[in-house]
Write a protein of this length. Structure first.
Length: 280
């Protein structure tokens, strides 16, 4: 396996603990604009473009899930001793592998609209492996127009749908997307998730049509220190569709795990926008 190449990151905030944000398979650091804008008042937010995505260089050779996790580990080392890691969808799978592979670097996890990997289901794994050919055939723009709208809820505002599609079209390309798809297709983290010790917040949009609520429940139920939140009126990209509620739950998690200021408590409107279940 070729060593990961340096990646592009977007940064906001100058003080506090480090929050590393890992995007989904069809996105980039642009997906975390609401988190960079709001959470940076409390923590240092770093959002990456994964190797082979958006402004990051293409890797010199194929990367598997360990390769992407190791690349994320290098970002943490470049910015501090450890980090709280927020991963959405594919980014959540990377975050889980990162916590299992480099536990000393992960202070806590926030895993949003994710799963234990597509390798848990042969049909899902096959579908994931077919995506690279679809991207090659359609090109980034048509590929994004086909896939983007499904990532949000049916009632999502048109401007959000357009932003998601534009972000995907500007972010995905070969061979990076193919490496990412194969890493997801081969992933089955069900055996290693119970060994993860980092305290974890698991969130999922109640209208997630991609990984779905059940996949997030599997993650939450397999971990020992978990808070599980269903974000109302949100699809697969809950952090973008309901950023106020999403950020408030993340801040609540960080207030406990990173001891950030008390003013980061969950606002009343966010409490009304989600349901939480906590296990120890």
């Amino acid at each position: 396996m070729t060593a990961p190449v340096p990646v592009h990151v977007e940064e906001a905030g100058s003080a506090g603990p480090l929050l590393l944000c890992l995007h989904g398979i069809g996105s980039s650091s642009a997906a975390f604009a609401p988190q960079l804008a709001e959470l940076s008042a409390y923590v240092r937010v770093v959002a990456w473009d994964a190797p082979g995505y958006a402004k990051s260089a293409d890797p010199e050779g194929p990367l598997d899930l360990d390769g992407f996790a190791d690349a994320a580990a290098e970002v943490i080392r470049e910015h501090g001793a450890s980090a709280h890691v927020l991963g959405v969808s594919w980014g959540g799978v990377i975050a889980l592998r990162l916590a299992a592979r480099h536990p000393e670097l992960v202070d806590s996890l926030i895993v949003a609209d994710s799963s234990a990997g597509s390798g848990t289901d042969p049909a899902k794994a096959d579908g994931m492996r077919q995506r690279a050919a679809e991207l090659a055939e359609l090109g980034p723009r048509a590929f994004a127009e086909r896939r983007g709208p499904r990532l949000v809820s049916p009632d999502a505002p048109p401007e959000l749908v357009r932003r998601v599609v534009d972000s995907m079209a500007a972010s995905v390309r070969l061979p990076g997307y193919a490496y990412a798809a194969e890493s997801m297709a081969a992933a089955d983290l069900r055996a290693e998730i119970p060994r993860i010790a980092a305290p974890t917040l698991v969130l999922c949009g109640d209208q997630d049509r991609v990984t779905g609520v059940e996949a997030s429940q599997v993650i939450a139920g397999s971990l020992h220190k978990t808070a599980y939140v269903i974000v109302k009126d949100a699809g697969h990209l809950a952090n973008q569709e309901q950023p106020g509620a999403f950020n408030a739950w993340v801040l609540s998690h960080l207030r406990i795990t990173a001891r950030i200021p008390e003013q980061a408590r969950i606002p009343e409107q966010a409490q009304a926008a989600g349901q939480a279940h906590i296990t120890e």
